[in-house]
Design a protein around this ligand. Structure first.
Ligand code: WTA
Length: 669
């Protein structure tokens, strides 16, 4: 196994031709990006179109110090542009009209299609015109609940074309969750699809949307228009048949099929020029208090940062084919399936299915089929695929690969090495990209031609990003050490606020350490200056790269009539990275048995999402608490891990509780 000291330099064949081909070049550019951000980003901004030019005096302003006034970040304030115009019209004008923007690969290998830049622009315009006809105006939010189909990309770009704010919700979230988010963002128009196949599983998306709309209506909130892509009827099911599209319920006057209105709309739509600091999209992420946070990104800075990180982190060259497996419903899908690639006139793949269908070599088959040069996925997928052995990888020609990306959670050295050896043939660079929904783009990452790699280290900050480690007292840790990962200055794509809740934005990210944006992650710096992200320092869990809060799951568990109290902690898991270990206390109506456990799992599934289902539920007649009644999660994590070395317990109100929990730990845990 590679140790912390193992270093893998970029392969000479990669370094030689890379945009940034040495560590010295990275350092030199990095220095400039920090010392002269206006110059650094100003040059990049010149590659894009600004309807109202950038005012050099207003290039970059911010306040991160809550003791000095409200927190804000502004880049290119006053300049006006349109991101859809920049990533579509500009590329067509530059002669990329016939270039493939997206290859679409369906769940079933017989289903595939493609879209050129010119055609994509036309489809986006049609969709934009329809959204306008449904009353959507600049600044309005549009709710999107879509599978991985090209209409999803089209919808996002159509929103930004007219200055509307898209609010996507990952199509794995439950109706309850979706309804809460629709009402929070105040969308009146919803775009979805009848459904999709993921492997052998049918997702009835419109049915979930209907349930969500009913829940909204119960609270007096109505979606006015729902546009539905009829997708199931045009693709092959795992049984080799076509789904009967008539089975999808449609409500007269509200619901309309995409194919009944979009093709008839005009294929041209003049873009709405928006301010660089106008909101571009919002995306919910879990908050440690349970209520999801609507992270708001704005236009100008996001465009610059998505474009720049994509180019350098993936070392994208004009004829490359790039593939990011992330779902469009997550930030990775927004920045590195849609905006980053398009801003570079890239050709990429949108893949609908899973890594395991029809066989466990699907990822490798797709890389081979499209001759992929950059492949970007999550550690959880790599760990799951490792289990099937390298022979499945070796069946396919992966020799076109140059860059392998990892995102969403720390990658363990074992998975890193397997990825490096069998997928990358010890020739590709691995970029372990650390970032967050909030950061908009990569903030810590190696660069393929420049950074000697250490397995598991996100390594160094990207251009414009200063990474600082603080100790509990807020003192900076210089050199080697471990602490809170914070940033003293914004880069262009840092989130600007939480939707309708700037106070929560300030308290969540800027109060613990005045003067810094606080990521909520811990990190350590080694003797060579490499940064290693160690994971969340708050009550958040990362299951298969999906972030959720313990509070969110606890509040669902205690909704069950038999449960009086619940505490949820993370336990490490060989494939998912982390899984949920739940301690529940039953009340006088409850008996802890198989039936109750099943009901609790089902409840979490319904209220949050299938990926949030607990792995272990333990009966806890008592929970370890301090004398003031605070649950000691640190001890619960030890019990979950089966680690009896629990340290100082002097603050415990009743130490016997801990012994009892160890004694009754389920054997399956
Ligand atoms: C974690 C996903 C270690 C981290 C883009 C962060 C990582 C959270 C990495 C954000 C990485 C993401 N190494 N940890 N390379 N990438 N994380 O908002 O805890 O879904 O705070 O954004 O994932 O998750 P989010």
């Amino acid at each position: 196994m590679p140790s912390e000291k193992s270093v893998y330099p970029p392969h000479p064949s990669i370094a030689r031709s890379a945009h940034i081909s040495s560590f010295a070049q990275y350092q030199e550019m990095y220095k400039r990006s920090i010392e002269r951000p206006d110059e650094f980003w100003g040059e990049i901004a010149k590659q894009f179109y600004w309807e109202t030019p950038i005012d050099p005096d207003n290039f970059f302003k911010y306040n991160f110090d809550i003791t000095k006034g409200p927190i804000f970040t502004k880049w290119l304030d006053g300049a006006r542009t349109n991101i859809s115009y920049n990533v579509l019209d500009m590329n067509v004008k530059r002669g990329h009209g016939d270039k493939v923007a997206f290859y679409w690969e369906g769940n079933h290998p017989d289903d595939y299609s493609r879209l050129t830049y010119k055609k994509l622009l036309e489809e986006v315009c049609r969709c934009a015109n329809v959204l306008k006809s449904k009353g959507v105006q600049k600044g309005d939010r549009v709710a999107v609940y879509m599978p991985m189909i090209l209409e999803a990309v089209i919808t996002l770009l159509a929103c930004t074309r007219i200055g509307a704010v898209h609010s996507l919700v990952f199509a794995g979230f439950s109706a309850d969750n979706f309804a809460e988010r629709i009402m929070d963002c105040g969308a009146r128009v919803l775009v979805t699809a009848d459904g999709a196949w993921r492997g052998e599983k049918l997702l009835q998306l419109k049915v979930i949307c209907d349930q969500a709309m009913v829940k909204c209506a119960q609270k007096g909130y109505n979606i006015e228009s729902c546009i539905v892509v009829s997708h199931l009827g045009r693709v092959m099911s795992p049984m080799g048949t076509h789904y009967n599209a008539n089975k999808t319920p449609m409500q007269e006057g509200r619901d309309i099929y995409w194919h009944e209105i979009i093709p008839e709309a005009s294929p041209s739509c003049y873009p709405e020029w928006v301010e660089a600091e106008d909101p571009m999209f919002m995306l919910y992420t879990s908050g440690s208090t349970g209520k999801p946070k609507g992270v708001v990104h704005t236009t100008g800075g996001y465009l610059l940062y998505a474009a720049t990180t994509f180019k350098y982190v993936f070392d994208y060259k004009p004829n490359d084919v790039y593939w990011c497996t992330a779902d469009i419903g997550w930030i990775t899908g927004h920045t590195y399936v849609v905006y980053g690639p398009l801003a570079n006139a890239a050709t990429s793949i949108v893949y609908e299915g899973t890594p395991f269908y029809p066989e466990n070599d699907r990822f490798w088959a797709v890389i081979d089929k499209y001759k992929v040069n950059q492949f970007y996925t999550a550690p959880t997928a790599i760990r799951a695929l490792m289990k099937f052995g390298e022979d499945l990888v070796k069946k396919h020609d992966l020799s076109t690969l140059r860059v392998l990306g990892s995102v969403g959670e720390p990658i363990n050295p074992e998975a890193w090495l397997w990825y490096y050896k069998y997928v990358g043939h010890e020739k590709c660079s691995i970029v372990d990209t650390f970032w967050q929904t909030e950061t908009g783009g990569h903030v810590l990452t190696p660069l393929p031609g420049a950074t000697p790699m250490k397995p598991g280290a996100a390594s160094f900050p990207f251009f414009g990003v200063q990474a600082v480690l603080l100790d509990e007292a807020g003192k900076e840790i210089k050199g080697e050490g471990e602490g809170y990962l914070v940033f003293p200055q914004p880069w262009p794509s840092l989130m600007r606020t939480l939707y309708n809740d700037h106070d929560r934005y300030e308290t969540t990210y800027f109060t613990k350490f005045p003067g810094y944006y606080c990521t909520g992650d811990g990190a350590k710096r080694d003797a060579d200056g490499y940064l290693w992200v160690t994971g969340r320092v708050d009550d958040m869990l990362n299951v298969s790269g999906h972030l959720m809060s313990t509070a969110e799951v606890e509040s669902v568990l205690t909704e069950h009539p038999s449960i009086s109290e619940a505490a949820v902690v993370a336990k490490s898991h060989p494939v998912k990275g982390e899984c949920l270990y739940c301690f529940v206390t039953t009340n006088e109506h409850g008996e802890f048995d198989e039936k109750l456990q099943k009901e609790l799992r089902q409840l979490v599934r319904e209220r949050i999402a299938p990926f949030a289902m607990p792995d272990v539920i333990q009966n806890a007649p008592g929970l370890p608490k301090t004398r003031s009644g605070k649950i000691m999660r640190r001890i619960l994590r030890k019990i979950a891990a089966g680690d009896r070395d629990i340290g100082d317990t002097s603050t415990l109100a009743d130490p016997a509780v801990v012994q009892q929990l160890f004694a009754t730990r389920p054997i399956t845990a």
